[in-house]
Design a protein around this ligand. Structure first.
Ligand code: ADP
Ligand code: MG
Length: 716
């Protein structure tokens, strides 16, 4: 049984409690409550009390009359009332009975810290199934198991056993954090707190036996005080639902930032096509996030910092980066990185430059600004004056301050920080020295501006914020069906790899231009076709066992006569038999020769979570090595297809780089659109399909598919 099987599905009793009530319980029961901070139940009690939870607390422990001065109850059944939430960190073998008792006592939700469930082999799986069964029967909800609980600062609720909660304060904020991993959640919470960043709510979900990531994301989308949502995800339970949650967040104007594991996991197995290896699960996840305006981060702390800047500065912005440094060297490094990231340096307006020249030498009074080149004597205030002028410039969307040591270091840093906050633009300050910058660090903590110790950290977070800004706004309308694309699903076809004529037939039905061709069983019959098509022709082997025909001598180009076709067919059959002795040779494709300027791959695949996706890249052997492909959920419209092409590193080639003629981009766009519709119309039948190559001519000349393959699932 898979991890996902042991979770709630289908019919279940009406849920006793909603997510809002789970995060804002009026009464909490703590199983295994004790006075000792060395025990899970002890820490949970301590943190509940220490952080001033205002609701009822029912310690459950048959061996204690009192815990932390509160009356304890031997069983949940004798607690004075049904708790909204019970938290359990009892050993796995005793857990199911405790959860059953909680359900009998009318508890709304069990937060299960214990491990030893679906993540722990068959016995664990059986235990998780038992938990799920209780939840299904009673409508009691579950968080976990194998989680770390939840933290809701404004409700003074630390329902969590982690030592990071042994602090004076739970920092409140506008960020919602949803994490599959509990350990990561508390680490993120603590690190953010050190940066002065707080949370509206943090929820860890562990095995997601009942409550899953999307339940909490959907709650946070609706919750008025939450302004940004951070998600750490290992495995999604329902891709379509996740997509809807992202769309809802976008609609509500709430940034979503995501860290997901599996970036490097081996791609799809059974790579019968380039598309399969180029459109792995993570690539598809990334494309869906991008389509829905969410931002993928690599590092959880980056994710939260970016969310902080996005919630702190909510006005939409457009423009470039202003760099402020106390070192010409650091300013130079910063300029390079900004340019490398594809961001622009802000072009300062004349008034800004004139203003800066009151303090700085003309060469320094431009972006990047080097605070070192002053016209005026050493004074403290200059840092604040310069920063204000710079950050207020209308073309500046982001500030990047790289502060090496300087005179009046703490005072000036404080002035720069204050100017940054007053500008209402995100300003990313790095303090590059070590202990010498401790004073400035404190100064920034005092004004409430998170800072960075390493320049690269600041750049990564700036890039995430800029990425969000570039994508914010309303989602594009769903793609409209283009002319010539049939309505509805493709009728069921046989499973497995399709024959060349079947692939060509499908592509033609969806309006993709396909090279004229015919399949024949014998060399002589092939030559007859060549007569009809006109020389020179192309000859290809037909065999379901052969994926890459040219690798085994199965493609011959430029055959200029009947005799050449017949000879090539005999040679080809022999070469293929040598290279792939098991291959059953079904015949030969005779195809017109298509001249063009470039070869493009257009592929599609069905992702188990997100359905059909379409892919485009420049063809040839380099495509898999360079992975220079663009991916989107299918179907796409022409605008999206064009954006996909423009996002390729080789995009300039399409528009005529280095003396080459511009290619027929419109024709490529049209094929991407049509293949995406075909992929969507194949529905669950689709494994993958690709046109490789699509031969593309100069602008206005069109594009023609000369090779295609498709593999289908059995129909059920
Ligand atoms: P495979 O991908 O199985 O090796 P293809 O049918 O893609 O076989 O052929 C390999 C290469 O031969 C193509 O990438 C293209 O460069 C060239 N080619 C194939 N068919 C034609 C054609 N009809 N006109 C011109 N070139 C072709
Ligand atoms: Mg090919």
């Amino acid at each position: 049984m898979s991890l996902h099987a042991a979770r709630l599905r289908g019919e279940r009793a009406q849920p006793r409690i909603d997510v809002g009530r789970i995060l804002h319980p009026r009464a909490v029961a703590v199983f295994g409550a004790s006075d000792s901070k060395d025990k899970f139940g002890g820490r949970i009690m301590h943190f509940l009390v220490r952080h001033g939870f205002a609701g009822e607390i029912y310690p459950i422990n048959p061996r204690r009359a009192e815990v932390l001065g509160r009356r304890a109850y031997p069983t949940i059944g004798v607690a004075p009332a049904a708790a909204d939430v019970a938290i359990l960190a009892v050993p796995a073998d005793a857990l199911v009975a405790s959860v059953a008792a909680a359900a009998d006592a009318g508890v709304g939700c069990c937060v299960i810290i214990s491990t030893g469930f679906a993540e722990a082999g068959a016995a664990g799986m059986a235990r998780q199934v038992a938990l799920v069964e209780i939840a299904r029967r009673t409508g009691m909800r579950l968080v976990g198991p194998n989680c770390m609980g939840l933290i809701v600062p404004h409700h003074r609720l630390a329902l969590c056993s982690s030592v990071v909660l042994d602090t004076d304060r739970l920092r409140d904020g506008a960020i919602g954090l949803v994490s599959q991993s509990g350990a990561l959640m508390v680490s993120i919470f603590d690190r953010a707190g050190g940066d002065g960043i707080g949370f509206r709510a943090c929820v860890s979900l562990g095995n997601q036996a009942d409550l899953e990531i999307c339940d909490v994301v959907d709650y946070l989308v609706d919750e008025t005080e939450t302004e940004a949502i951070c998600v750490y995800v290992e495995g999604l339970l329902n891709g379509a639902r996740f997509r809807r949650s992202l769309a809802a967040a976008r609609h509500a104007g709430k940034p979503v930032l995501v860290v997901k594991t599996g970036r490097t996991a081996a791609g799809v197995q059974a790579a019968r096509s380039h598309t399969a290896s180029l459109a792995g699960a993570f690539d598809v996840f990334e494309a869906v996030c991008r389509d829905e305006g969410a931002v993928l981060a690599r590092d959880p702390d980056d994710m939260v910092r970016a969310a902080h800047f996005l919630t702190r500065h909510r006005k939409p912005r457009r423009g470039g980066v202003a760099i402020l440094s106390s070192s010409g060297g650091a300013a130079g490094i910063a300029s390079d990185r900004i340019t490398e990231l594809g961001l622009s340096l802000a072009a300062l307006s004349a008034p800004t430059r004139a203003g800066l020249e009151r303090f700085l030498l003309p060469a320094q009074a431009a972006n990047p600004v080097d605070l070192g080149g002053r016209t005026v004597p050493e004074d403290v205030e200059i840092a604040g004056d310069v920063a204000r002028l710079l950050f207020d410039d209308p073309d500046v969307a982001y500030g990047l301050a790289v502060l090496t040591s300087m005179p009046f270091f703490p005072q000036r840093t404080k002035l720069i920080g204050t100017a940054a906050l007053a500008s209402d633009k995100p300003v990313f300050v790095t303090l590059t020295p070590g202990p010498a910058a401790d004073g400035p660090r404190q100064a920034l903590r005092d004004v409430g501006l998170p800072y960075f110790d390493r320049f690269e950290d600041s750049v990564r977070v700036l890039a995430l914020v800029a990425e969000h800004d570039a994508r914010r706004g309303v989602a594009p309308a769903p793609a409209a069906r283009p002319a010539g694309v049939p309505d509805g699903r493709v009728a069921p076809l046989a499973a497995g790899p399709l024959a060349p004529a079947e692939v060509a037939g499908l592509l033609e039905r969806y309006g993709v231009p396909v090279a004229r061709a015919a399949v024949r069983a014998t060399p002589e019959a092939a030559a007859d076709v060549a007569d009809r098509l006109g020389f020179p022709v192309v000859l290809k082997i037909v065999s379901r066992q052969i994926v890459h025909k040219s690798d085994v001598g199965g493609v011959r180009l430029g055959l200029a006569s009947r005799a050449a076709v017949v000879a090539a067919a005999h040679e080809m059959a022999a070469a293929v038999a040598r290279a792939v002795p098991d291959a059953a040779i079904e015949g030969f494709v005779v195809q017109e020769t298509v001249a063009g300027e470039a070869e493009v791959i257009v592929g599609a695949r069905r992702d188990p979570h997100f359905g059909a996706v379409v892919l485009v890249g420049l063809g040839g052997v380099a495509v898999e090595i360079l992975k220079d492909v663009a991916l989107a959920a299918a179907p796409v419209d022409a605008g999206r297809a064009r954006a996909m092409l423009d996002s390729l590193r080789v995009a300039p080639l399409f528009h005529g780089a280095r003396g080459r003629p511009p290619l027929d981009v419109d024709a490529v766009v049209d094929v991407v659109v049509r293949v995406s519709w075909l992929a969507a119309a194949l529905g669950p039948q689709l494994v993958d399909l690709e046109v490789n190559p699509l031969i593309v001519r100069r602008a206005g000349g069109g594009a023609v598919a000369v090779d295609g393959r498709a593999t289908l699932n059995p129909n059920d």
